[in-house]
Design a protein around this ligand. Structure first.
Ligand code: T4K
Length: 407
């Protein structure tokens, strides 16, 4: 029995049994990867280059607090992202937390999506705001603009949509709704580095946009994140808020927090900037390989390119229709582990199922039918620059073979 099978939970082991012992063992023996394939892997900058940056940091003995690498990284990001203002942060979650503080969204309600990483509703909760969940669209998996207006109450202060998996929200409609009702718009663009719509950077939309540079993202500063805005006063307020509210040695202008990015993160991020274009190009090859190979596999569906959108291929989610595929998502997820393929069920469970939020009226599953279905069916396949098209082709072949054995 494989080492990985031993590592499976009892329910997952049972799930593998559902495939039929003989067929699964034969398939696994034939197609199993020797190495573990994860849903993502960071593409690291050359170690020598990072050494050189570290030497500079050692010589300057400037480790954090708006040091020279931080200043260079912020300026370089502004240029790469083609945006007006960037505030760097230690991670995306603290950035989003501070974004709401900066916009004074610290009470009442904010309309958001349940199909996201828990950080999204958690920053609302930490700001004393009640998340109000709206359903998602079946194609982009993003907050459905049609759902927003009916959720607006006198307590609503903002809309916080997520460009989930890097697929852009309907920014025009969301802005129109926000303008009509006098609401702020805060985008969680943790997945959307480099995405453009009609040639315009997605990060230019809304009052403020958060990007995550976590190690699992296509662009990383190990941990890290940023807020993007087009408002100089807001940029300054965010700078104070992420540094304890300190304006100078003797002036504290408000109750800030420590959200600063350090020099090691900034140096790493700067090196990553030189690599991001190629990373996206390699991911595109992988996405096209998956699409081509999976197009004929009954029961698996996936997202296509959207017209006018420059995608970043941050994730490759597929939806598993249990009846047509012959196996449900959970069984497939468990079975793939035996092939040494570690897919992820992003974003299951929905945030509306998290104990802190599930009693909210908007969290009721019957109000979120699309999100409930997508969360039940979604499986993110491995995608990262160094995966290579050959491995992607082999993963797709395994998915096709598994289906054939269940047809
Ligand atoms: N909003 C949204 C929509 C988000 O998706 C996220 C984060 C945030 C906000 C918050 O941003 P940050 O505060 O994180 O900047 C990961 C990430 O930790 C998280 O950043 C990310 N979203 C989320 C979607 O994925 P996990 O718990 O799934 O990560 P983990 O540790 O299981 O890693 C996944 C795979 O990546 C591993 O199986 C192997 C590979 N890996 C991971 C790490 C950490 C590596 O190869 N090297 C590594 O260093 O949450």
């Amino acid at each position: 029995m494989s080492r990985l099978l031993v590592a499976l939970s009892p329910s997952e082991t049972l799930a593998c049994g559902a495939m039929g012992k003989d067929t699964s063992e034969a398939l696994i023996a034939k197609h199993r990867f020797d190495e573990e394939i994860f849903v993502t892997r960071p593409t690291l900058p050359p170690l020598d280059a990072f050494h050189a940056s570290l030497r500079e940091i050692w010589e300057s003995r400037w480790l954090t607090n708006n040091g020279p690498f931080h200043v260079r990284f912020e300026a370089a990001l502004r240029k790469t992202l083609e945006v007006e203002h960037v505030n760097l942060f230690c991670n995306g979650t603290i950035a989003l937390l501070v974004a709401l503080q900066a916009l004074r969204v610290t009470s009442g309600e904010v309309i958001t999506t349940p199909f996201t990483f828990p950080a999204t509703p958690h920053v609302l909760h930490w700001n004393g705001v009640t998340p109000v969940f709206g359903d998602i669209t079946p194609d982009t998996f993003n907050l459905d603009p049609d759902a927003i207006e009916s959720l607006i109450t006198p307590r609503t202060l903002a809309i916080m949509p997520v460009h989930v998996f890097g697929y852009p929200c309907d920014v025009a409609r969301i802005q129109a709704i926000a303008d009509k009702h006098g609401l702020k718009v805060v985008y969680d663009a943790a997945h959307a580095f480099g995405v453009k719509v009609g040639g315009e950077p997605i990060a230019r939309h809304g009052d403020v946009t958060m990007l995550s540079f976590h190690a699992t993202k296509l662009f990383s500063s190990i941990e890290g994140g940023a807020l993007v805005s087009g408002d100089e006063t807001l940029k300054k307020r965010i700078d104070f808020l992420k540094n304890f509210g300190i304006a100078d040695e003797e002036t504290v202008v408000g109750p800030g927090i420590n959200g600063k990015m350090n020099e090691l993160q900034s140096a790493y991020g700067l090196l990553q900037l030189d690599m991001v274009r190629e990373e996206i190009a390699r991911r595109r090859e992988i996405a096209l390989t998956y699409r081509e190979a999976l197009r004929g596999v009954n029961g698996l569906t996936f997202q296509e390119d959207m017209p006018g959108v420059q995608h970043n291929h941050a994730y490759f989610p597929v939806l598993v229709d249990a009846e047509r595929y012959g196996l449900d998502r959970d069984h497939l997820h468990a079975l793939l582990k035996r092939f040494n393929i570690h897919t992820r069920k992003y974003f299951h469970p929905l945030c509306s199922h998290i104990p802190s939020y599930r009693a909210l009226p908007s969290a009721s599953p019957d109000r979120l039918p699309v999100a409930e279905r997508v969360a039940r069916q979604v499986l993110c396949l491995p995608i990262y620059g160094t995966l290579g098209v050959e491995r992607a082709r082999r993963i797709a072949q395994i998915l096709a073979e598994v289906r054939r054995h269940h047809a």
